[in-house]
Design a protein around this ligand. Structure first.
Ligand code: PEP
Ligand code: MG
Length: 755
């Protein structure tokens, strides 16, 4: 049975429906609305204040002096009404005048009334007005009455935004558009971008708030719940493969909420009050968001975000607006907004239109960030509550270098951004001049600077940057962008085209590193992993799935026919794994030769050092290697036991810590003694100060993101290798309290160009 609140809200909604349908002017409509609400709630007063030019103006009232309409104005935060709008909070007071924020306005005649209840009229998470009622006698309002007010406020917000209340609508639109906000975040992929906000999981626009047929709306919600629960169950079942621990946690919470009776009941009650399914979900969600604002506990606040995500999903199912923004296609220059993204999801977007990404989570070495870097898309991460502060389509300026995002920027911010962009272009042009200059230190040491790649188009970076080759070709990217396992022929085509485009410069192909945070939907295993980064991934998976590896080996060997094939294996933990992988390749080569197929002139084999244990077996492994490549992204996550994709740990440990540098230094000494070339291909090498330290411990081969080549060359050309080697030896002997600060001070003293 519908509750009384539902009944009274319903009565009001039915009335609202007919008021709004009438062909009268906006003021007349608002006057009708306050009369309607006042009557239904038996209140002496009902008033609507709307935000105009940043001030709350009394637009309509029943019960207060009519002369006060359009005269009484309150700033945000001023008086009870201003407080409600400012805090986007509800006030329920038996004695309004006793409240510390009460501001008496004689023109209204409100001294006659004791009790007061007001709710914000919310749009895009901000108050655009206030709806309040007052009674003569002192009384607290029951929850159900507040509920009814909120429901009405929500419908009012939809109506005010529409064209029907033209003058109010105009004022509100202008207000919305001038409110610039500045959000801070963590620099994940450097760069600047301009574009319109697009939600990766688009928010649903509610077209009809008031239901024509309540039972039909109820049926829609039931069926959406069923579908959503089935989806969550499947996601949970599939999550065992290559997903970070955090996602598992989120899924567990999703599941808890998806089956939460309280949530579905509240939505049902909102439907009882006369709302459509979409509006009912939104209504309940607004209430949750209000509570979110008051919660101090970060853990609980995070759970509320999960519920918000889920409500969004339910909303999309119910309205049939399913799929990510990638499926809909980007229509203009876009800055994508998401809680987090997987690498494959990012790759689905049109690279020409995707100008930037803003994440609520994210961390520097997560694969999605590596993919974004490869795509040349700037990413700002860890932007708190970003999805609550902006609206779909909002114009935005992203300046990752400064760690800021401007939403709905004003003219002066625009101008500053333009100027900086122009400056950046100048600098880039200056750096482009670096293309033909070799990375040689001041004392004549030639450092090898290669690029990391993963997509066919990345190869163009070779010519653009003048890099020495591709030091890491992440072959799994092709697997990530495919809906099914790529066939051998298509793998071969890609590898051949990469070799052709590289035009004789060396390319080091890494065999697939699937698993960890690079999950493949079509390669799902039965078992769910607790720690996928340390789980069945990379070479471990390839050796167990030898058919997959054989087909990749064949594709690589055939693609490199007549040329030198360079191949390396990821996540080698013990020498036998390398031996097996190499033997598998050799087996394929032998088979091809036996069957008179063209084979590479030579195959060079390398291992990636990403698992600390391998460093202790180097004496056994090095004699069988052609080269060693240190993957610092994984290596450092294992050295510090700190998940590389964990947003909370993103800035906790420094690559320039004595532990990492000493570890790497010992590896370099071992490689030098064995005469085996060693390089670094993790993100660490792409930062000028870190690269300087690496050169200081004897690393002379770096493979980095293309955007870092020019700054790195500039750094190398201003560096004296002998001097940095001496300095690093000294610093590692007796490490300073702050290694980064010491290196920075040294670089400044030596005039090393750090960019
Ligand atoms: C690394 O771990 O440092 C590396 C280069 O490989 P990936 O980032 O692809 O795991
Ligand atoms: Mg790795």
């Amino acid at each position: 049975m519908p509750s009384t609140a539902a009944a009274s809200a319903r009565e009001i909604l039915t009335g609202l429906h007919s008021v709004m349908a009438k062909r009268t002017n906006a003021q007349a409509k608002l006057n009708k609305v306050v009369a309607l609400i006042g009557e239904a709630m038996e209140s002496e007063v009902c008033s609507i204040y709307l935000l105009r030019d940043g001030v709350l103006e009394l637009f309509a009232t029943r019960g207060l002096n009519q002369e006060a309409v359009h005269v009484t104005r309150l700033a945000l935060g001023e008086g009870l009404v201003g407080t409600i709008a400012d805090k986007v909070a509800i006030l329920n007071l038996a004695e309004a005048a006793a409240h510390p924020d009460f501001a008496y306005r004689p023109e209204t005649g409100e001294e006659l009334f004791h009790s007061f209840a007001g709710v914000p009229i919310v749009r895009r998470e901000r108050a655009i007005g206030v709806l309040c009622v007052q009674h003569g006698e002192p009384r607290g309002y029951a929850d159900i009455e507040i509920e009814a007010l909120q429901t009405v406020a929500m419908v009012l917000s939809e109506l005010l935004a529409g064209a029907k209340l033209v003058d109010a609508g105009k004022g509100l639109a202008a207000q919305r558009d001038t409110g610039t906000i500045r959000l801070n975040g963590q620099k994940l992929v450097a760069g600047m971008a301009r574009g319109a906000a697009v939600f990766h999981q688009p928010r649903v626009t509610i077209e009809h708030s008031i239901a024509e047929d309540t039972e039909a709306e109820r049926a829609r919600v039931y069926s959406a719940f069923r579908r959503m629960r089935a989806q969550i169950d499947t996601m949970t079942r599939d999550a065992e493969f290559g997903t970070p621990g955090e996602l598992q946690e989120v899924l567990a919470t999703y599941k808890m909420f998806a089956y939460d009776e309280g949530w579905s009941r509240r939505i049902n009650e909102a439907i009882d009050s006369g709302l459509t399914a979409e509006a009912a979900i939104e209504r309940v969600q607004q209430r949750t968001r209000m509570r979110m604002r008051e919660i101090d506990d970060p853990l609980l606040a995070e759970r509320m975000h999960d519920l918000d995500d889920l409500a969004n999903r339910l909303q999309r199912i119910v309205s049939g607006q399913i799929g990510t923004a990638a499926q809909g296609g980007l229509k203009r220059d876009t800055i994508l907004v998401a809680r987090n993204l997987g690498p494959a999801e990012l790759l689905e977007y049109d690279r020409r239109r995707l100008k930037g990404v803003v994440l609520e989570e994210g961390s520097l070495t997560a694969h999605v960030i590596i993919v974004a870097r490869a795509m040349g898309v700037p990413v700002l991460g860890r932007v708190k509550d970003v999805r609550l502060c902006i609206g779909e389509g909002d114009p935005m300026l992203l300046d990752v270098d400064e760690g800021v995002l401007f939403v709905r920027p004003g003219n002066s911010i625009e101008a500053g951004f333009e100027a900086k962009l122009a400056l950046g272009q100048k600098r880039r042009a200056a750096l482009a001049g670096m293309r033909d200059l070799p990375p040689v230190t001041k004392d004549g040491a030639r450092i090898t600077v290669m690029v990391n790649a993963g997509l066919r188009d990345d190869v163009e970076a070779l010519a653009a940057t003048g890099a020495d080759g591709i030091g890491l070709f992440r072959t799994e990217f092709q697997f990530l962008v495919s809906a099914t396992l790529p066939r051998r022929e298509s793998q071969q085509r890609l590898y051949k085209s990469v070799l052709d485009a590289a035009g004789g410069k060396p390319v080091i192909f890494r065999t697939v590193d699937i698993g960890g945070d690079k999950a493949l939907p079509y390669l799902v295993e039965e078992q769910r992993e607790e720690n996928p980064a340390m789980g069945w991934r990379a070479l471990r998976l390839s050796l167990d799935r030898s058919a997959l590896m054989k087909s990749q080996a064949r594709a690589l060997i055939e693609a490199a026919a007549g040329r030198t094939l360079r191949v390396m294996f990821p996540m080698v933990s013990e020498p036998w794994e390398y031996d097996e992988a190499r033997a598998l390749f050799e087996g394929q080569r032998a088979w091809l030769v036996e069957h008179r197929h063209a084979a590479p002139a030579r195959i060079e084999y390398g291992a990636m050092l990403e698992v600390p244990a391998l460093a202790e077996s180097l004496d056994m492994l090095l004699p069988r290697l052609d080269f060693l490549s240190i993957g610092t992204n994984d290596l450092t996550q294992f050295l510090f036991a700190a998940d590389r994709a964990h947003p909370r740990l993103a800035e906790r440990y420094d690559w320039l810590s004595p532990a990492i540098l000493r570890f790497l230094s010992r590896v370099v000494i071992a490689c030098d003694a064995a005469g085996i070339p060693v390089g670094v291909c993790g993100e660490m090498g792409g930062r000028t100060l870190e690269a300087m330290a690496l050169i200081g411990i004897g690393i002379e081969r770096l493979s980095i993101t293309p955007a870092a080549v020019a700054p790195l060359k500039a750094m190398i050309r201003s560096l004296d290798r002998t001097a940095i080697r001496g300095e690093m030896a000294r610093l590692l002997e007796t490490p300073p309290a702050d290694m980064r600060a010491s290196l920075l001070a040294w670089a400044e003293g030596e005039k090393v160009v750090l960019g």
